[in-house]
Design a protein around this ligand. Structure first.
Ligand code: SRM
Ligand code: SF4
Length: 581
């Protein structure tokens, strides 16, 4: 357990916040365009990040003390278990992005939605409206359980209903209970000055927050529920992953994984990305209690001194899997059955294109490039999605690859949906190259305060070049994942995919190879500091080697993993020398 005397500054802020109140209400009411530091930390728990438009840095004049003024804006994240929402809810979020945001809405890599560019004066309106439509931002960010992911396929089989129901149950069970959120955002009179209401006294923190207590978690905590035959939610990248084990139409239990996480800081040598470890098998009756046991072990033993080392993966790395499992069993109150390796992940479906649901209706998966819903002169995606929602009223599902499923459509709706998309210049999934369809990038520049370089705005151009290389080599139909981030924090999960591109310095990337679509293996560093304009040409010899030496049916990731960095680099050198002659 961490030494309370050495607790990080954020621990003090949480502990003194009166269950996430702090000074947020007072500062919200003042005339400033931003919040002070401790409110900034607490706001995350409420689902919003204070940011500044980095494209505009330096253009806002000079503040007292000579520092250039920042153009403060807020990101507002909606937490949507399993990415399931109605057309009405999506329409309301789209309206909000026009009314108070930067006119774009972003689907995240965890089946959530983000508004960007909200001004402080509009923050309360945005959060209140999201609650009006029965969604929430509470706990979308901060040291709590984040959005719970599950397979979004809207198929008419009981197993999908069961996993969605579990995602909803976990989201509700681990949601913060503080009334601060309601007080600040959902009442007209929040001043933050009023006396603590009964039940919110500091004396017994667990009476207010039965799971968290006063200090909440040491760090964010992430859960996902997948299937062995469809790991579309990347269970191995989560603090806690559940692989549903099915028999016919029923989930008979879950393989439980723990300790996945992508973030690392190259300068902090002790940090690393990790795929989750295999811990146990639990029945549907046991699952909630087992998840709670893992959660509470991390709550009690996660590092509260150094936030860079505070995720569950470090507890497991320090103790070893056996000791970790023993501690979880102690919290659980009995032994847990062993993980069932025969039910490990073995396939991944991105759910794009048309699919029968099995109840006479259809769903359509539309690839949204890097999750950004916007209108451009060439493609009016936002307008098209609005029209689909208004005219066809589909149920909406968001995928962990930042894309959208329109569900519960009748046969007659199919040509109507396609006609709307075509009229608005939106490419059908079938018209998008395989490599683009299986790629994703994080937000990065200009809103992300941690971004070192571009991702979302750079990847489309890199993919244009890669498409040409692949076409030249006859590899256009090969399926592999490219994931790009603007810094090493890993928001697009770049460390367990086939090709990871991770921003290292402005305009330069580290290239990782050898992970795979299944997400159960880390990739390795292939080349560092590759300029953006050389990413495609650096990958070209890798593709050529793959075409020449792959085994039958071998994927790019498996091939790279088998060859290793040295052999690939040696091939690339001779290949490039041959081309130069
Ligand atoms: Fe993330 C921080 C965006 C999924 C690991 N992430 C951030 C912040 C909030 C930057 C900040 O702290 O100031 C980014 C906001 C950018 C912006 O302008 O919107 C940000 N993360 C995102 C999203 C929107 C990326 C996207 O393009 O879709 C994803 C929102 C998901 C959601 O709806 O909840 C997002 N972030 C992830 C994932 C992927 C996942 O969870 O499956 C990861 C890797 C898995 C993991 O957590 O290890 C991830 N984000 C991080 C980290 C590194 C955490 C660590 O343990 O080291 C940070 C930095 C931090 O927490 O200090 C971070
Ligand atoms: Fe920002 Fe880095 Fe996350 Fe990308 S990976 S959104 S640059 S924190």
């Amino acid at each position: 357990m961490s030494d309370p005397a050495k607790a990080s500054a954020v621990e003090t802020i949480k502990g003194e916040s009166r269950f996430l109140r702090g000074q947020i209400a007072q500062e919200l009411a003042n005339q400033e365009d931003h919040f002070e530091k401790s409110s900034e930390a607490l706001l995350k728990f409420h689902g919003t990040y204070q940011q500044d438009d980095r494209d505009a840095r330096g253009s806002g004049g000079v503040a007292e003390g000579g520092k250039s003024k920042r153009a403060y804006i807020f990101m507002v994240r909606t937490k949507i278990p399993g990415g399931k929402l109605t057309s009405e809810q999506l329409l309301a979020e789209l309206d909000l992005c026009d009314e108070v945001g930067n006119t774009t809405l972003r689907i995240t890599s965890r089946q959530g939605l983000q508004l960007h560019g909200v001004l402080k004066k509009d923050l309360k309106r945005a959060i209140a409206r999201i609650n009006e439509i029965q969604l929430t931002t509470l706990g979308a960010c901060g040291d709590v359980n984040r959005n719970v992911m599950c397979c979004p396929a809207p198929l008419a089989s009981n197993i999908y209903r069961q996993t969605q129901a579990l995602a909803d149950q976990l989201a509700a069970h681990f949601a913060p209970r503080t009334r601060a959120y309601h007080e600040i955002w959902l009442t007209d009179t929040a001043t933050g000055q009023k006396e603590l209401v009964a039940g919110e006294s500091d004396d017994d923190p667990f009476a207010v927050e039965p799971i968290y207590g006063r200090y909440y978690m040491p760090r964010k905590f992430k859960m996902a529920i997948g299937f062995a035959f469809d790991n579309c939610v990347d269970v191995y990248a989560n603090d806690l992953g559940l692989i549903a084990v099915t028999e016919g139409d029923t989930v008979i239990g879950y393989n439980l994984l723990a300790g996945g996480g992508m973030g690392m800081t190259p300068s902090a040598k002790k940090t690393f990305p990790a795929v989750a470890r295999q811990i146990a098998f639990v029945t549907p009756d046991e699952v909630l209690r087992a998840v709670e046991a893992v959660f509470k072990v991390q709550r009690d033993f996660g590092n509260r001194e150094d936030r860079k080392l505070a995720r569950l993966k470090y507890v497991i790395a320090n103790w070893g899997v056996e000791a970790f499992k023993a501690k979880v069993e102690e919290y659980y109150g009995g032994p847990l059955a062993p993980f069932r390796p025969e039910h490990d992940v073995h396939a991944f479906d991105d759910h794009m294109g048309w699919h029968p649901q099995g109840d006479g209706r259809w769903f359509y998966g539309l690839n949204v490039e890097n999750g950004r819903i916007k209108d451009t002169p060439q493609m009016q995606l936002k307008t098209a999605i609005r029209e689909v929602c208004r005219e066809l009223r589909p149920t909406i599902r968001l995928t962990s690859h930042q894309s959208i499923l329109f569900a519960d459509l009748e046969e007659a709706d199919r040509p109507r949906l396609e006609a709307i998309l075509r009229r608005r210049g939106v490419k059908l999934t079938e018209e998008i190259s395989t490599v683009r369809r299986w790629s994703m990038a994080c937000v990065a520049w200009p809103t992300c305060g941690l971004s070192i370089t571009e991702a979302e705005r750079a990847l489309p151009g890199i993919i244009d070049q890669i498409e040409q290389e692949l076409a030249r080599l006859g590899l256009s139909r090969e399926r592999f994942t490219i994931r790009m981030t603007g810094c090493p924090n890993g928001c697009a999960r770049p460390y367990n995919c086939d090709i990871g591109l991770v921003g290292k310095t402005r305009g330069k990337y580290t290239i990782y190879l050898g992970g795979r679509v299944l997400g159960d293996r880390l990739n390795f560093l292939y080349k560092d500091l590759v300029p953006e304009e050389e990413v495609a040409s650096t990958l070209a010899p890798v593709f050529a080697f793959y075409r020449q030496a792959r085994e039958h049916g071998e994927s790019l990731g498996d091939f790279c993993y088998r060859q290793g960095a040295e052999k690939i680099a040696a091939f690339a050198e001779t290949h490039q020398a041959a081309l130069a002659r």
